[in-house]
Design a protein around this ligand. Structure first.
Ligand code: ACO
Length: 427
């Protein structure tokens, strides 16, 4: 706890405690502000507002640092696995070998979905966006697993968490198989979390599917890099939905809906579409000019971030991984050359330099996902799959927080003041 912050509003002084975390900016605890002054704070977009206390993920946007439970993201991406990172996010510590085996086994044994859920898919058009299917089907899980919707029971919360992490890859794979008109593939328990997902997505029942270790490794890395990211829009959505006591399946469906937007998770799809539209490096100046033009709504997708005013550390890992994966798979995608050239040009352009716009996680992930064989409309689904563990960890943290209250922002009202109703024949 530091010094108090002093406020003088209309000649009436009041003081607010300044609270320090373990690292990062101090916060001014303004919970008593309204009672003391009758005024609200105004912060659309929450650029200066900490909405909760959290011990899961830390970001230093100026330095380009991302830590999960204290561990740097690049170390986790290079040395860990998605299952291990999931355990870490949920439990706060890295697991022992026995703990990891037990956790992985539990997740593996929850990967099947209720058989009736498969019928739910048939209500969607074949050309439905897979994120639309994800919103619907994940929300529908609350109708199938009534025994894990009591949020006040820690055991039910644990089971719901395991179910969500385990079933999301199955549902995501089903969304893909449905879109290409192929039958659903059941999970196989001797495969890893990521290998299992790849098989459920790409296998057809007529032949054996061998998981390619290069693809499995790249996919696992992408999952690690997307696992959590502090209080971003979709995580805050999950927390806000959960703050009313809604069940965890409904809350995660809300998070998926928020993630879909092109300013958030939808940017990976938009970034690759943009790179394909640019096509060849000689067209880059035209697109840079459009991004800088105030009258053109076009933005360089995969560039810029609300928090990172430096390189997104996840983009650094993915930039290297993109070259590795394409080399290992023997693929040569001109989109990667366009991406590299665009990055170089933008990083030297005063517009991007002055506004501190750097490549974000979405800039290179699409190149890798496309090399693996995913269509662009699946990119955000993969993001949702990986982020589910972060959402679940944050939701659990919120429910266990004794300070937790229903989230209820206030407003600056600018509408009409009180006026009398006029009957329609008098208007
Ligand atoms: N291309 C061109 N200009 C940009 C870009 C961009 N990608 N990003 C920001 N700017 C400009 C804005 O026009 C604005 O200019 P101004 O100050 O002259 O008005 C300035 O930079 C600040 O941008 P804001 O939108 O105010 O910043 P904010 O923090 O609200 O936005 C966001 C961050 C939404 C990520 C933005 O950078 C963006 O739209 N980027 C493209 C989409 C994208 O890649 N999103 C993925 C984010 S990462 C994730 O969700 C995993």
């Amino acid at each position: 706890m530091g010094d108090n912050a002093k406020l003088d509003l209309g000649g009436k002084p009041s003081e607010y405690p300044v609270v320090s975390g373990t690292i990062g900016p101090d916060v001014i605890d303004i919970r008593k502000l309204y009672a003391a002054t009758g005024a609200f704070t105004f912060d659309p977009g929450f650029t200066s507002t900490a909405a909760c206390e959290s011990a899961i993920t830390y970001i230093d946007g100026d330095e380009g640092v991302l830590l999960h439970r204290g561990y740097p993201i690049d170390q986790l991406a290079e040395q860990s696995s998605f299952m291990e990172v999931s355990y870490l996010l949920l439990n706060g510590e890295l697991p022992s070998k026995a703990e990891l085996d037990k956790f992985s086994n539990t997740i593996t044994r929850h990967t099947m979905v209720h058989e009736q859920l498969a019928q739910f898919f048939r209500g969607f058009r074949r050309d439905a966006h897979p994120m639309a299917i994800m919103c619907g089907v994940v929300g529908a899980l609350s109708a199938f697993y009534h025994d894990s919707t009591d949020i006040n029971d820690p055991q039910q919360r644990l089971i719901a968490s395991h179910r969500l992490i385990a079933k999301i890859p199955t549902i995501a794979a089903m969304a893909y198989q449905y879109s290409v008109g192929r039958p659903f593939v059941f999970p196989k328990n001797d495969l890893s979390y990521t290998g299992n997902f790849l098989r459920m997505t790409f296998a057809n029942p007529a032949e054996e599917y061998e998981v390619d270790p290069i693809v499995e490794d790249a996919m696992d890395k992408i999952f690690i890099l997307h696992a959590d990211h502090e209080q971003n829009a979709s995580t805050s959505t999950v927390r806000l939905a959960g703050s009313s006591g809604a069940n965890p399946f409904a809350c995660i469906a809300a998070g998926i809906a928020c993630l879909w937007g092109p300013a958030h998770g939808g940017a990976n799809e938009a970034a690759l579409n943009m790179l394909r539209e640019i096509g060849t490096p000689d067209r880059i100046p035209e697109f840079i000019a459009r991004a800088k033009n105030k009258d053109d709504p076009f933005r360089l997708m995969g560039f810029g971030h609300r928090v990172y005013k430096n390189f997104d550390p996840r983009a650094k890992v993915l930039s290297k991984a993109a070259t590795d994966v394409l080399n290992k798979l023997g693929k040569n995608d001109p989109v990667l050359d366009t991406a590299r050239e665009l990055e170089q040009i933008a990083l030297k352009d005063p517009y991007f330099v002055d506004k501190k716009l750097y490549p974000n996680v979405d800039f290179y992930s699409g190149v890798i996902l496309s090399a693996i064989g995913f269509p662009t409309n699946m990119f955000t689904v993969l993001f949702a799959l990986a982020r589910t563990v972060g959402w679940v960890a944050q939701w659990n943290e919120m429910i266990s927080d004794p300070q937790q209250k229903i989230g209820r922002p206030r407003q600056l009202y600018t509408g009409a003041t009180k006026r009398d109703y006029v009957p329609v024949d008098k208007r």
